[in-house]
Ligand binder design. Structure first.
Ligand code: ADP
Ligand code: ADP
Ligand code: ZN
Length: 216
């Protein structure tokens, strides 16, 4: 199964993708994670993407689609994929169709995670992750059981994203509304869109996604 998790920054895409990976052995392909890795490694892609990401604008369609293509080329055909944060423009959606066809895959479902915009800023400015294993946390919604120690790996160092500040978030939301939300009708026309209430607690959102996938 190949699915897209679609939603504005902070909707819970990464959180839910991580759960699908654990439950179903699917593979999460997050262009945001790939780009951050490229920035950290100072590759040519990273050097080009850094300033754009810091402003909250979108990196070029060619760059992100090439990253996705390379990941799928290296992935065993039987492993299902969760696209997290991709596609983000109409052009990327077209490119994804071509890339999936090239790798003998098809898109089964697009799950739109709906959230209230005022809540997004709160979600994003409180977001942090374990520096060791990448597990996601939140100052108000999801603290580790033992404060300062990662539930998953026991790590004690955490990090926050540079672009998770209020000003950049506003730009990211404008980009989402202008460029990403308009790709939904394309998938709606194919009858493959399901919507979940992303304002519900994390477990409830996971439950809703499981129900959708069981029917897909
Ligand atoms: P995205 O990948 O869509 O940008 P994340 O999965 O990183 O979003 O979630 C953003 C922040 O909100 C994280 O700190 C996460 O722990 C928290 N979060 C995710 N889903 C929920 C939810 N349903 N309720 C409350 N907080 C949530
Ligand atoms: P979030 O989890 O908050 O939705 P991401 O981690 O997906 O954010 O993306 C962080 C930044 O990386 C974006 O603001 C953008 O600059 C860049 N980026 C990630 N994915 C894409 C994409 N598919 N197309 C263009 N830019 C992207
Ligand atoms: Zn950890």
């Amino acid at each position: 199964m190949n699915i897209i998790l679609l939603g504005p920054p902070g909707a819970g895409k990464g959180t839910q993708a991580a759960r699908l990976v654990e439950r179903h052995g699917m593979r999460q392909l997050s262009t945001g994670d790939m780009l951050r890795a490229a920035v950290a490694a100072q590759t040519p892609v990273g050097l080009e993407a850094k300033a754009i990401m810091d402003r909250g604008e979108l990196v070029s369609d060619e760059i992100v689609s090439a990253l996705i293509d390379a990941e799928l080329a290296a992935l065993a055909p039987g492993v299902g994929v969760i696209f997290d944060g991709y596609p983000r423009t109409a052009e990327q959606a077209v490119q994804l169709d071509a890339i999936l066809a090239k790798h003998g895959r098809k898109l089964d479902r697009v799950i739109e995670i709906g959230v209230d915009e005022d809540e997004l800023v709160h979600r994003i400015v409180g977001r942090y992750t374990c520096a060791t294993c990448g597990e996601g946390y939140h100052d108000d919604f999801k603290q580790p059981k033992l404060l300062g120690t990662c539930d998953k790996c026991g790590g004690t160092t955490f990090k926050r994203r540079k672009d998770d500040n209020e000003e950049t978030v506003r730009t990211r939301m404008v980009e989402y509304r202008a460029k990403t939300a308009p790709i939904l009708p394309l998938y709606e026309a194919r009858g493959i869109v399901s919507r979940v209430d992303g304002m519900a607690p994390i477990d409830a959102v996971s439950g809703a996604i499981e129900t959708i996938l069981a029917k897909a």
